[in-house]
Design a protein around this ligand. Structure first.
Ligand code: JB8
Length: 246
């Protein structure tokens, strides 16, 4: 069954990239089905208002609960017999990692993304829909976007490339076995000399054992230099995420 993704947003055009490249191909091949909805379709006033001033005062505007309530009622009931996982991108959520992407690709058949804007969505929308559906607030990392749309693009791409049946992902869906818990080694192509920068000679040597050793050493050095957090986990993890050899 294809992964169904619904996105509710006030900027449907922002999600146009979901039709391109890998995500477009996944849809054409029947592995993914994306439906983007305009939240304003669930307003009833002539100005299609989705925001209002915050109770208690303060800067900015808050998304009104009624359009979200009606939108989620309808979208979440649109596939009889299936239950959506509601995902709200937000800087206060659990961090979305490669493991999150892999778990979602493997275990979910329907994700409804809720894209907030302004100062956020009235808190009662979370309470209402968390009571009715599995609901996660997920953050891309410790920085702030203007809304959830860019996070939905990132999460959907990260998930879709791990879907069973996508070419090139026959390797495990586990982060550890995908990356080995280390950063990647540097890659080069022709020409062997470019603007005075030479490709490391070992890569031209044809000695496959030496090349593998050099690449592994590069991964260790880069990870130690750039991501001491990953390096510490790598040192602590006895089997370095190896698969299946007992
Ligand atoms: C208003 O940084 B974020 C993010 C920021 C937002 C909203 C949603 C997500 C809504 N600001 O992930």
């Amino acid at each position: 069954m294809a992964l169904r993704v619904d996105v509710i947003t006030i900027f449907p055009d922002y999600l146009a990239p979901l039709q391109l490249s890998l995500l477009g191909r996944a849809q054409r091949e029947g592995l993914l089905e994306v439906h983007v909805h305009d939240l304003r379709d669930w307003t009833h006033d002539r100005h299609r208002t989705v925001d209002d001033t915050p109770y208690g005062g303060g800067a900015g505007m808050v998304m009104r609960p009624e359009p979200w309530g009606e939108a989620l009622d309808e979208v979440c009931a649109s596939l009889p017999g299936r239950t959506p996982h509601v995902v709200v991108p937000g800087p206060g959520g659990d961090v979305f990692t490669q493991r999150t992407a892999g778990t979602m690709a493997l275990e979910l058949d329907w994700v409804v993304f809720v894209c907030g804007r302004y100062e956020g969505i009235d808190e009662r929308v979370y309470l209402e829909f968390a009571r009715r559906y599995p609901l996660s607030v997920l953050s891309l990392g410790d920085y702030v976007l203007n809304g959830g749309e860019v996070a939905v693009l990132a999460m959907t791409e990260a998930i879709a490339r791990l879907l069973p049946g996508m070419v090139g992902n026959e390797a495990s869906l586990e982060e550890e076995s995908h990356t080995g818990g280390l950063l990647e080694y540097p890659v080069y192509t022709k020409p062997a000399s470019w603007r005075g920068h030479e490709v490391p000679p070992v890569l031209l040597s044809g000695h496959h054992g030496q090349i593998a050793d050099w690449r592994h050493q590069q991964r260790l050095e880069r990870t130690a230099a750039r991501r001491p957090d990953l390096m510490q986990r790598y040192r602590e993890d006895e089997d370095h995420g190896d698969v299946g050899r007992s």
